[in-house]
Design a protein around this ligand. Structure first.
Ligand code: PEP
Ligand code: MG
Length: 310
């Protein structure tokens, strides 16, 4: 019995009509990587590197970051890992950086915008990632890309760092989590290696509802058709350019959400560690044809309640 359970945990998730959906994990540190590997994750779709900066008195330097990234790569045993560059700001505050207070932190200097302002954080991180990439299959992902210029700037800086280190090229992609990135997806898809849709921020910015607001929590549902339309447009733009598209926001960890996403053509779901087994089981119990039908119907609904009723 235990042996069967173990085999199932590590087996890929394939729908009843033989479509493989990769189920990978969202992690924040080395301990998470070990747990994710043990849970049967087929890789890491989102390493939230800002967690290395929290709960301490100073920023980790290049060497310390390199060691963490290398250990995570080794814990995942040669499975693919997407390392997201620092996404500080918004709800992720780091006291020792003494960043100026902002009236609207979610609309202020966060994600890549903060990295552009602080090369002393961005450059050592990129160096650490490129050094760690020698140990396994790594991709680099930039958070909070809102414009083509954001992407161009971030990728040029990363390429300079790579050349200085004479490191191999690694795939570079972006989080699609800002509505402007969705509206520009056709252009962005021509330039990036991949998209990973961040449904947490995409929901917040699409519905103009603070993701941490207790009174808005019920309404800020990522299955809202307005959010689903954003996702569908992004997936279409990626597919048109033959680019890979995954989802790393909370919607991928929700069984209905996973069905809708797979039905829209998403091939990789990056989920919370406890959801790896649940989402794999859900995919195995579903057919792609049914999920396509659910996605089609969901996109025609008028509100999240109608989608949840499907
Ligand atoms: C997201 O916004 O959906 C996401 C995955 O990033 P984070 O939750 O770290 O902002
Ligand atoms: Mg986000």
């Amino acid at each position: 019995q235990q042996e069967i359970e173990r085999k199932l945990r590590f087996a890929p998730a394939t729908t009843t009509d033989q479509q493989r959906i990769e189920v990978v994990a969202n992690i924040g540190n080395v301990a998470d990587a070990q747990k994710a590997a043990e849970a049967g994750a087929e890789g890491v779709g989102l390493l939230r590197t800002e967690f290395l900066f929290l709960g301490r008195d100073s920023a980790p330097d290049e060497d310390e970051q390199f060691e963490v990234y290398r250990d995570i790569i080794q814990a995942m045993q040669q499975q693919p890992i997407i390392i997201r560059t620092l996404d500080i700001g918004g709800d992720k505050e780091v006291a020792y950086l003494n960043l100026p207070k902002e009236a609207n932190p979610f609309l202020g200097i966060r994600g890549v915008r903060l990295c552009f302002e602080h090369p002393e954080l961005f450059i050592p991180q990129l160096r650490a990632i490129y050094r760690a990439a020698a140990y396994g299959p790594v991709s680099i992902m930039f958070p909070m890309i809102a414009t083509l210029e954001d992407w161009e700037k971030a990728s040029v800086i990363a390429e300079q760092v790579r050349q200085e280190l004479d490191a191999p090229v690694v795939p570079m992609g972006i989080m699609v989590e800002v509505p402007s990135a969705v509206m520009l997806a056709e252009h962005l898809a021509k330039q990036v290696a991949f998209f990973s849709i961040g449904t947490n921020d995409l929901t917040q910015y699409t519905l103009a509802m603070d993701r941490g607001h207790p009174q808005l929590a019920r309404q800020a549902d990522s299955v809202h058709p307005a959010v689903l339309a954003m996702i569908a447009r992004t997936v279409e733009a990626a597919n048109k350019e033959g680019k890979w598209v995954g989802v790393c926001g909370g919607l991928a960890s929700d069984t209905l959400g996973a069905s809708i996403l797979a039905g829209m053509g998403v091939k990789e779901l990056s989920v919370s560690i406890p959801s790896v087994a649940t989402i794999k089981a859900h995919i195995r119990a579903s057919s792609l044809t049914d999920m396509q039908e659910i996605a089609r119907k969901a996109l025609q609904c008028r509100n999240a309640a109608e989608v949840r009723a499907l």
